[in-house]
Unconditional design. Structure first.
Length: 325
């Protein structure tokens, strides 16, 4: 059995969206250090292809909690199976509750220790991560054109050119208002008029940013009403850079979720393009990639000033490589 020599979480910043696969992942256009919101009320922001009502950028801080990270000799998430089979997996990290919390701050690379582990030497064609379905973003920005927002009661406020995240609404990927989850009741921020950001004209307010949270409660964009209870809403999402990925909603370490109401975590399995080879002297490097991991969404039906709807979270892509020692 090979023991861990040195595992470092290099928190580099590159995004892969886990859920919003049919949506454009657009990098926000900046004017200096300010978000360019100059194109008008309904499509205020830009990417390389033109004006839009949403764009993605690097979050100030991205918060994610891990239940497990494993290597497997056979596919733990087979199509048609009601539950995953993790019997061929060896754990780099595994806990019954999310005990490894990772805060990715900007473009910094912050080391984080993983408990001691043992992996037998051999080839591993599958990598598995189980992470909390609740993701946090803390972010602020200056805009080139003043931005309005909806307060906690849904009333229009502002506008202002300085905007920051607030913890006033729990949003959900399913976009169904009043949806119960293990973390609380989620709402569609846009539909109820609330924003999870506030804006002013006071530059020091950039320091007020709080974590705002989004729940990933389905593996596709059809919503909670279409959740496939037979397999945890399992979805093959195709190529992800280092292999072919599949996602499944879970309610525990071994049991698939049966709906949004008990989906507390995501099982993310990658069929690696090149199996990971572990030797008796291997070390490991684990990369969490989150560039463009915050979506800044505006109201396409706004009038007067651009109105921010919310900040949205995109789950991450993980790379694990071995190094000789």
């Amino acid at each position: 059995m090979i023991k861990r020599y040195n595992v470092i979480l290099f928190l580099s910043l590159i995004l892969l969206s886990l859920v919003f696969l049919t949506q454009v992942n657009a990098s926000c256009r900046m004017t200096g250090d300010a978000l360019d919101t100059s194109n008008g009320v309904t499509t205020p922001v830009f990417d390389e292809g033109g004006a839009r009502d949403a764009c993605n950028t690097v979050p100030d801080t991205y918060l994610i909690e891990f239940y497990r990270i494993s290597l497997c000799t056979s596919n733990p998430d087979v199509a048609g199976a009601a539950q995953p089979d993790l019997s061929s997996c060896f754990d780099i990290f595994a806990e019954s509750s999310p005990a490894m919390i990772v805060e990715i701050q900007g473009t910094s690379e912050l080391p984080s220790e993983i408990p001691q582990f043992s992996i037998p030497a051999g080839d591993y064609p599958y990598m598995v991560a189980r992470l909390s379905a609740k993701l946090g973003i803390r972010h602020s920005f200056e805009a080139t054109t003043a931005v309005a927002y909806g307060d906690s009661d849904g009333n229009l406020q502002g506008p202002g050119s300085i905007c920051w995240s607030v913890n006033n609404v729990l949003t959900g990927i399913g976009n169904e208002n009043g949806q119960s989850t293990p973390f609380g009741t989620t709402v569609d921020a846009g539909a109820v008029g609330k924003s999870n950001m506030e804006c002013s004209n006071t530059e020091s307010d950039l320091n007020k940013a709080e974590y705002t949270y989004e729940i990933i409660n389905t593996m596709n964009d059809t919503g909670c009403s279409a959740f496939d209870a037979s397999d945890g809403d399992r979805e093959n999402v195709g190529a992800v850079g280092n292999g072919d990925a599949t996602g499944r909603m879970m309610q525990s370490a071994t049991a698939s979720a049966t709906g949004c109401a008990n989906a507390d975590s995501i099982l993310w399995t990658i069929d690696l393009t090149t199996p990971l080879t572990v030797t008796d002297t291997s070390g490991f490097v684990f990369n969490l990639r989150t560039t463009d991991a915050v979506s800044i969404d505006f109201d396409s039906s706004a009038s007067g000033n651009p109105k921010i709807i919310k900040l949205g979270n995109d789950p991450i892509q993980a790379y694990l490589t071995t190094t000789p020692n």
